[in-house]
Design a protein around this ligand. Structure first.
Ligand code: RB5
Length: 150
């Protein structure tokens, strides 16, 4: 799977760890930064990944900032992006099964590497369940059509 990733300084170490993990799992990772601890603004990095997911250039994205909150706010401004901020395995699985989340967001100051790796694995391996959940995603698309351009 092609996965785009980005972080700000608050998510740097977790992002670096997950890049290694994803490559070990055989995924193709597009690492869009940041690459050092110099403070950066999360909207600048987050929009790079969200744009690629929105355009269908990659199949999924992972975003990490200090809490995950800023990155999820940014990503969900983009059409067709369903970004889910997760802190535990159950949410990571539901993010795919019920919400078909195409971007997983985590807080680098909130979760450790072990949990983050398992959340990523869970999200990647889960399948969207469709049915009544698809009906709800259609409603989200309708909200996008009414409120978002692009
Ligand atoms: C940066 O200090 C911090 O505000 C950022 O990483 C993120 O947590 C914002 O939501």
């Amino acid at each position: 799977m092609r996965i785009a990733m980005a972080c700000d300084h608050g998510g740097l170490h977790l992002k670096e760890d997950l890049v290694v993990f994803l490559k070990e799992l055989g995924h193709q990772v597009e690492d869009l930064g940041c690459f050092d601890e110099e403070p950066v603004d999360y909207p600048d990095l987050g929009q790079e990944v969200a744009q690629k997911v929105s355009a269908g250039d990659v199949e999924g994205g992972i975003l990490i900032c200090g809490t995950g909150i800023g990155m999820s706010i940014v990503a969900n401004k983009f059409p067709r992006v369903r970004a889910a901020l997760v802190h535990h395995i159950y949410a990571a699985r539901m993010a795919k099964e019920h919400n078909d989340a195409n971007i997983l967001v985590m807080g680098g100051r909130v979760v450790g590497s072990g949990l983050a790796r398992e959340m990523v694995r869970t999200w990647l391996e889960a399948d969207f369940q469709g049915g009544r959940h698809l009906h709800r995603l259609r409603k989200i698309e309708e909200i996008e059509r009414r409120n978002l351009k692009g």
